[in-house]
Design a protein around this ligand. Structure first.
Ligand SMILES: Cc1cc2nc3c(=O)[nH]c(=O)nc-3n(C[C@H](O)[C@H](O)[C@H](O)COP(=O)(O)OP(=O)(O)OC[C@H]3O[C@@H](n4cnc5c(N)ncnc54)[C@H](O)[C@@H]3O)c2cc1C
Length: 611
């Protein structure tokens, strides 16, 4: 044990993205004692975490919980990877570093469903509190058409450092922006404004000075690690929250039981236990502690302390599918890196070590677009049909389904809102079959021959929801994860339309000029043409997780499937909050790390009575 102290004001379960933000903020007051209990280790000196381009080597290793879904019925029974970081920094230490803030209307929808004060106005100031953004030099900014980030760059003073990965030598990001503009979708506003559609050069949470990963570990923990009122217990697996009935009207969370080095320990919390174990492990810890659906708890042999059938439900993710298009000769892609060509890897290492440039200085993703469903722009019949189907789809498998369909209907009828998030990755990608990343590494499948650029699209507002539950009382056993991707047919319909549209993007304007007209693609079924049914077939067989799982301890009124209230307090238990991606009631358009940081900062203010 780091110390002999056994009692703390706050005990945070999970030193991940949200957990370390809270650890920092709550321990600002030197008279408040804070403990963090983290299952993984401290990767502060691990190159797999520090060097952005090594990200693929961390996936599937001991730094990753290595979860996967059960076979997905609507996806040819494929089992999809469900990676999550297991170390200080959590998933912010293993993610692809893309910084895409949420859209305002999606956050406002959280308030509309019954979470008072959770709207864009109250949440957006935290963007500047969390992130600081360094602009590239003028010539690169000009090359990338970067007119929009200046205001944010001026205001953002937060500890998580962000920068642009694209360089003037790379024609792809600029070409994508110009082509998407030509297709009628110019960038409407800054992606930091909450009201933006169109394409833009991507921002990554990479420190521009050192070209290393900026995470909750580097930004929120390392600078305050010497505080004597903050203790972090690594390699410590939480088994359960201690919940007592002290004769009060409600049970009280009084401490945390965890194992370390084969020994069991208990820490006592004088104020609160805060659960920040992530979208898969937070419901697991609640269930192991006797909070959840009595049927699930009984089957696992656990006594019920508090019945709530919604724990571990409402699991959402931005399911993603993409086409890799064969590049024209001479276009430099990352395919040789993916094939682990020793000469290419050696040169890349030299560039990184000597100049902090080259493929290892980035995670590879360079540009993005938030786009509406292009088909609906002209085909109002198709749009109206979709809207009608949404009305009939109002009975889903979770009470929040109505809020989800209402939000999607609003978005579909507003040309300024995206339904798909497009991403450019400068190499081939193949997602047919199972995509669980094992020790053999990322991708799993033999690399394709040739040079490719992948354009991927993630469904911004999925209607399908799934579950994440324990099947055993043993905390070492993984939870059973079942996203039930595409179980709502409208998800398939929308995704198929987006994926079909990728072909239009890859054959238009300057971006189209980067590909061989009759070139190869990542799968024989990726030659979709106009055929929507073909697109659906490809989507079913070749989609994978965008690693944005959220929602399993939803913040919502209890009757709407809530597990926590709008102050993130677990219903029916005193002294227990959940603060992490699991509380998102509706997954918003965004990459999830930005919102996890924002939510955690706001939670810190709520707990300290500042919000
Ligand atoms: C491979 C990958 C790539 C991604 N890429 C991006 C991206 O480019 N951009 C983006 O915005 N988002 C990305 N995401 C998503 C984003 O990073 C996550 O949504 C976010 O970091 C989750 O934060 P969290 O605090 O909810 O959970 P985490 O950061 O996962 O923190 C949970 C912590 O709790 C610990 N823990 C869990 N159970 C226990 C236990 N029983 N005892 C003790 N400790 C425990 C874990 O080890 C972990 O440290 C990616 C995710 C993955 C998996």
């Amino acid at each position: 044990m780091a110390d002999q102290r056994k009692s703390f004001d706050y005990i945070i379960i999970g030193g991940g993205t949200a957990g370390l933000v809270l650890a920092n903020r709550l321990s600002e007051d030197a008279s408040t004692t804070v403990a963090v209990i983290e299952a993984g280790g401290d990767p502060s000196t691990d190159p797999r975490v520090i060097v952005p381009g090594f990200v693929a080597t961390a996936l599937g290793s001991e730094l990753d919980w290595g979860f996967g879904t059960v076979p997905q019925k609507q996806m040819n029974n494929n089992r999809l990877g469900a990676a999550a970081g297991k170390m200080l920094g959590g998933t912010s230490s293993i993610n692809f570093t893309a910084l895409l803030p949420p859209s305002a209307s999606d956050i406002d929808a959280w308030e509309k469903l019954g979470n008072d004060d959770w709207n864009w106005k109250t949440l957006s100031p935290y963007l500047e509190k969390v992130f600081s953004l360094t602009l590239p030099d003028e010539a690169t900014a000009e090359h990338l058409h970067l007119t929009w980030p200046h205001e944010f760059a001026k205001g953002g003073k937060g500890p998580v450092k962000a920068s642009f990965p694209a360089s003037r030598e790379d024609p792809m990001p600029r070409a994508l922006v110009e082509t998407v503009e030509q297709l009628g979708f110019p960038l409407t506003a800054s992606p930091f404004s909450g009201h933006s559609t169109g394409a833009f050069g991507g921002i990554l949470t990479i420190d521009p000075a050192t070209r290393t990963r900026s995470s909750s570990l580097t930004a929120y923990y390392q600078p305050v690690a010497s505080r004597t009122n903050l203790e972090v217990f690594t390699d410590s697996m939480v088994e359960k929250i201690v919940i007592e009935n002290n004769g009060e009207d409600e049970p009280v969370a009084t401490g945390v039981k965890f194992s370390r080095g084969g020994m069991s320990h208990v820490l006592h919390a004088t104020k609160e236990v805060i659960l920040s174990a992530g979208a898969f492990n937070s419901p697991k810890v609640l269930e192991l502690s006797g909070i959840g659906d009595p049927k699930i708890l009984h089957a696992a042999g656990i006594d019920v302390k508090l019945a709530n059938p919604f724990v571990g439900t409402n699991l959402q993710d931005h399911i993603v599918c993409g086409i890799s298009f064969e590049a024209v000769d001479g276009l430099s892609t990352m395919d040789n890196m993916m094939r682990k060509d020793p000469e290419v890897l050696g040169k890349a290492m030299e560039m990184y070590q000597q100049h902090k440039t080259g493929p290892f200085s980035t995670t590879g993703v360079t540009s993005f677009a938030y786009l509406p469903t292009a088909d609906f722009k002209e085909d109002t019949n198709a749009l109206n049909f979709m809207l009608d189907q949404l009305k009939f789809s109002s009975v889903g498998n979770h009470p929040l389904h109505t809020a989800r369909t209402e939000n999607l209907a609003k978005i579909l009828t507003n040309a300024d809102e995206g339904t798909g998030q497009y991403m450019l990755f400068p190499a081939h990608s193949q997602y047919d079959g199972d995509t669980i990343i094992g020790p053999e590494g990322f991708g799993g499948k033999p690399p394709l021959e040739g040079n490719y650029v992948s354009v991927l699209v993630g469904l911004s507002h999925p209607l399908s929801t799934g579950t994440c539950h324990i099947t055993s009382s043993d905390s070492k056993e993984p939870p059973e994860i079942d996203h039930q991707y595409y179980s709502n047919e409208l998800d398939l319909e929308l995704q198929a339309r987006h994926v079909r549209y990728l072909q239009k993007i890859a054959t238009t304007g300057p971006f189209g000029a980067l590909f061989k007209p009759e070139g190869r693609r990542n799968h024989p079924d990726a030659f979709i043409g106009d055929d929507l049914e073909k697109a659906k077939k490809f989507v079913r067989e070749s989609s994978t997780s965008n690693w944005h799982s959220v929602g399993t301890c939803a913040m919502a009124p209890k009757e709407k499937g809530g597990v926590v209230d709008s102050k993130m307090r677990v219903y029916g238990v005193k002294g227990l909050r959940v603060v992490d991606a699991s509380i998102f009631p509706l997954v918003p358009q965004s990459n999830t790390q930005s919102l996890v940081y924002m939510v955690a900062e706001r939670a810190g203010d709520i707990i300290r009575g500042k919000a």
